[in-house]
Write a protein that binds this ligand. Structure first.
Ligand code: HEM
Length: 538
């Protein structure tokens, strides 16, 4: 019961309890009317025409007609579970976030996903995996919306529509549902070489995980932690699975995609049901918050770069245990709405330009995906902290707000809610120095290095992992129709490692390019007609 709608007479001060679905012993209409039959339309005689006056028929069919909502524009395919996060208290020196305190337990909901396939696509495709966790903390919701690969394809969010348009299935045939085996993807990543590092991870075994339970997770961006004294530390978040990191081999992934396209979601649900609750340790790499925001020469605002763990070890700060399956896929897994801007005191953002765009995009997309601005009221999205906002009305409003003065200051509703300073748990943005600068559309010079960390990753691989990477490039590029795209990708590989380049070139039946050969710009695409594309006459 809430504080009732405004009534000058003081009547109607109680809001009726929220209507609950599935109460009572009888089948009813949406209006609570008991129904004698739900199998037969109302007709003029058993063999006569169906009558328009059959409201039950129309209500049942109409509701069914509107059962689907748009799938997520990315990460449409996913599976999720409830759990609990226990803080170790080891982060208390660097952050005041209450949920990271020693032995503080916080309910969570974690959703794993593939990025590019549609809602019904197979689980074991070669793709990046999403790893998003909603912490229902005592200070409000904190979302850590990460991936299982520690770097990203682009450095600036303005390019997100480009990488996704290139990575999604071709607009004409809507194939493939798997990530990589198509011209548009390889066209883009070879023309846009900041994608090289992420693409190399995608060609590694990390992109075909054995199980969601056996994946690492990464916050990717550098975040800024703030402690009680107001001191700041830059950090990167890591999830480390207690079950270890394991992958399928490509042949397994392909067979499983056919034999059991639901392999990962089944595995997660079965494990939890059997009591084998998957666990991950949350850890942070910490870096001094200097004006340069670099560490050992690595630009911390560049999401295509990692900081090697040899330079900054991951320090464990808490334990995630997933222990309960959703009761209803639609209500929970489909309607959950993560947002990298859902932060709590003690955790702040940095000026990573990829993160800045994300802070806009998620709320925006969810307004259309979840039908208006009130989806925070859905049970799966509701904070477990008191909510007293002045947001009102809108599509799918289910709260009955009391009072007449949803504005501040006001003198009518018996006083309005207070502002909270830092001492009262208010979220006060860290007063970081913004550089005096010209307004420009350009990237910092440090973002221009697209190959050194890709090479670092390649060199860190064991021989068998390298063979898998070579096989993956050979398979995926082998499916590309356009010869010039294959050649351009070989020139990118030549900049990572000559052996990698030679092996893939041999598999494609093409000469290995000289690493000094310039990366060509966009090529005309006469062979597009081979894709079945028909162009309007000139
Ligand atoms: C969804 C991660 C970059 C836009 C997601 C999800 C994850 C994720 C895990 C699925 C959340 C869920 O399970 O519901 C990431 C990571 C990124 C990144 C780790 C880079 C470090 C971006 C960028 C944009 C973007 C740059 C846009 C500018 C979206 C959108 C959705 C989404 C629109 C769908 C959200 C929804 O419908 O609820 N992302 N993303 N992402 N992401 Fe990102």
């Amino acid at each position: 019961e809430g504080p009732g709608p405004y009534s000058p007479t003081g009547q109607h001060t109680k809001v009726p309890p929220t209507a609950r679905a599935q109460s009572g012993a009888y089948l009813t209409s949406a209006q609570g009317l008991r129904l004698p039959d739900s199998d037969h339309s109302l007709k003029a005689g058993p063999r006569g025409p169906v009558l328009l006056q059959d409201h039950h028929l129309r209500e049942k069919i109409t509701h069914f007609d509107h059962e689907r909502i748009p799938e997520r524009v990315v990460h449409a395919r996913g599976a999720a579970a409830h759990g609990v996060f226990r803080g170790y208290g080891t982060a208390s020196a660097v952050t005041k976030a209450a949920f990271l305190g020693k032995d503080v337990e916080t309910p969570v909901f974690t959703r794993f996903s593939t990025v590019l396939g549609s809602r019904g696509s197979a689980d074991t495709v070669r793709d990046t995996r999403g790893f998003a966790t909603k912490f229902y903390t005592s200070e409000g919701v904190f979302d850590l919306v990460g991936n299982n690969i520690p770097v990203f394809f682009i450095q600036d969010a303005i390019k997100f529509p480009d990488i996704i348009h290139a990575g999604k299935p071709h607009p004409d045939r809507e194939i493939p549902q798997a990530q990589s085996a198509h011209d548009t993807f390889w066209d883009f990543v070879s023309l846009h070489t900041e994608a090289t590092h992420h693409t190399l991870w995608n060609m590694s075994d990390r992109a075909i995980p054995r199980s969601y339970r056996m994946m690492e997770g990464f916050g990717i961006h550098t975040f800024r932690l703030v402690n009680e004294a107001g001191e700041t530390t830059l950090v990167k978040f890591h999830w480390k699975p207690k079950a270890g990191v394991h992958s399928l081999v490509w042949e397994e992934a392909q067979l499983v995609a056919g034999a059991d396209p639901d392999f990962h979601r089944r595995d997660l649900a079965d494990a939890i049901e059997a009591g084998a609750h998957p666990q991950w340790e949350l850890g942070i790499q910490t870096f001094p918050d200097t004006p340069e925001q670099t560490f050992e020469g690595i630009d911390l605002l560049d999401p295509t770069k990692i900081v090697p763990e040899e330079l900054a070890p991951v320090q464990p700060i808490g334990l995630l245990t997933l222990n309960a399956n959703p009761v209803n896929f639609f209500a929970e897994t489909e309607q959950v709405a993560f947002h990298p801007g859902h932060l709590v005191p003690g955790i702040d953002i940095t000026d990573d330009p990829l993160l800045s765009g994300r802070l806009f995009s998620y709320l925006d997309t969810q307004i259309s995906r979840l039908g208006g601005p009130n989806f925070a009221q859905l049970p799966i999205n509701r904070p477990h902290a008191p909510v007293n906002d002045m947001l009102r009305d809108g599509m799918h409003q289910t709260a009955v707000h009391g009072g007449v003065a949803p504005y501040k200051p006001n003198s009518l509703d018996g006083g309005c809610p207070f502002f909270a300073g830092a001492a009262e748990g208010g979220y006060v943005e860290t007063p970081v120095q913004v550089p005096a600068a010209r307004k420009v559309r350009e990237a910092p010079a440090s973002f221009a290095d697209h190959f050194s960390q890709a090479r670092l990753f390649w060199l860190s691989m064991t021989p068998v992992e390298r063979e898998h990477i070579i096989a993956a490039y050979s398979f995926e590029l082998g499916k590309v129709y356009e010869q010039s795209i294959k050649e351009r990708n070989l020139r990118v590989l030549a900049r990572i490692d000559p052996y990698l380049c030679e092996q893939v070139a041999a598999a494609l039946g093409l000469p290995a390019p000289d690493p000094a050969e310039p990366l060509a710009g966009p090529q005309p695409s006469p062979a597009l007609s081979q894709l079945g594309q028909t162009w309007p006459a000139d």
